[in-house]
Design a protein around this ligand. Structure first.
Ligand SMILES: [Cu+2]
Length: 127
């Protein structure tokens, strides 16, 4: 009888510890940014997102073809690492791109000739 309570307590403690240990680590929900493309502007729903998985959706609300390219910038502002590009969207089309982003700044541009120069560029900060 005197041994029963400590044994029960130990079993209970092990069960709790076990439950805690096998509990799966919850994956962080992906960040999302929505872009509205027009002549000649990229309108971002937010300019700052968390590092990790990022879902980029873009709607071409303009009358010309548009796309979007994302590239991380180095401390000196130069493109570094992989370049991600969404397919070219016809007017009215919606596109989606999923990528993994690291802390820093990403430059977004439309790659259609002359569009970035005319204003289709934006910066996304990753925390
Ligand atoms: Cu464009």
């Amino acid at each position: 009888m005197t041994l029963r309570l400590p044994l029960l307590l130990l079993t209970a403690l092990l069960a709790v510890a076990g439950l805690t240990l096998v509990r799966p680590v919850e994956a962080a929900a992906p960040s999302r940014v929505f872009i509205t493309a027009t002549e000649h502007h990229l309108g971002l729903s937010r300019t700052s997102v968390k590092a990790g998985t990022l879902i980029v959706q873009m709607r071409n609300q303009g009358e010309d073809l548009h796309d979007v390219q994302l590239v991380r910038l180095s401390r000196t502002g130069r493109a570094t690492g992989r370049t991600y590009r969404m397919r070219t969207l016809a007017p009215g089309e919606l596109g989606e791109l999923t990528l993994r982003v690291r802390a820093g700044r990403y430059r977004l541009t439309c790659t259609i000739a002359g569009h970035a120069r005319m204003g289709m560029r934006a910066t996304l900060r990753v925390r």
